[in-house]
Design a protein around this ligand. Structure first.
Ligand code: DAT
Ligand code: MG
Length: 140
């Protein structure tokens, strides 16, 4: 497997609960390398653009309202097979169905308030990383 980058987002429910440091520590303890990170509060329009792929879903309005409801922390992770490794570490979309030991199982409240985002493939990762970070911020 080749070296990859992926985007993870600590979602507004997690930052509001004071879980940011805990999540960063868990990522590092698990061996993930964080090559860029920023805290930001998306506008509703930015959340709509980020989740444009879900525009036709009935949960799109509440998803984008939630994702713009408070600060989030975006992180670029780098490593071998890191896209899949992050998805595994996050757990299934619905926390009730996520494996024990995953972030969503341990901290997620429901399918919308599921504490963490992760890119689902190389093309998505490229789009999502460039959505949050400019080339200078990615030069490490
Ligand atoms: P994932 O975040 O696991 O990649 P996804 O891409 O299918 O899941 O959906 C993006 C987000 O949208 C997800 O993290 C939470 C929200 N979502 C998905 N399905 C939902 C549903 N049935 N009801 C409410 N929110 C949902
Ligand atoms: Mg997804």
């Amino acid at each position: 497997m080749a070296e990859e980058r992926t985007l993870a987002i600590i979602k507004p429910d997690a930052t509001a609960r004071g879980l940011t440091d805990e999540f960063i520590e868990r990522y590092q303890a698990r061996g993930f390398t964080i090559v860029a990170m920023k805290r930001t509060n998306l506008s509703p329009a930015q959340a709509e653009e980020f989740y444009a792929v879900h525009r036709s879903k009935e949960f799109y309005p509440s998803l984008t309202a939630f994702m713009s409801s408070g600060p989030c922390v975006a992180m670029v992770l780098e490593g071998e097979d890191v896209i899949a490794k992050n998805r595994e570490f996050m757990g299934a979309t619905d926390p009730a169905k996520a494996e024990p030991g995953t972030l969503r199982r341990e901290f997620g409240s429901d399918v919308q308030h599921n504490v963490i985002h992760g890119s689902d493939g190389p093309e998505t990762a490229r789009f999502e990383i460039s959505f949050f970070f400019n080339p200078l911020e990615l030069s490490s």
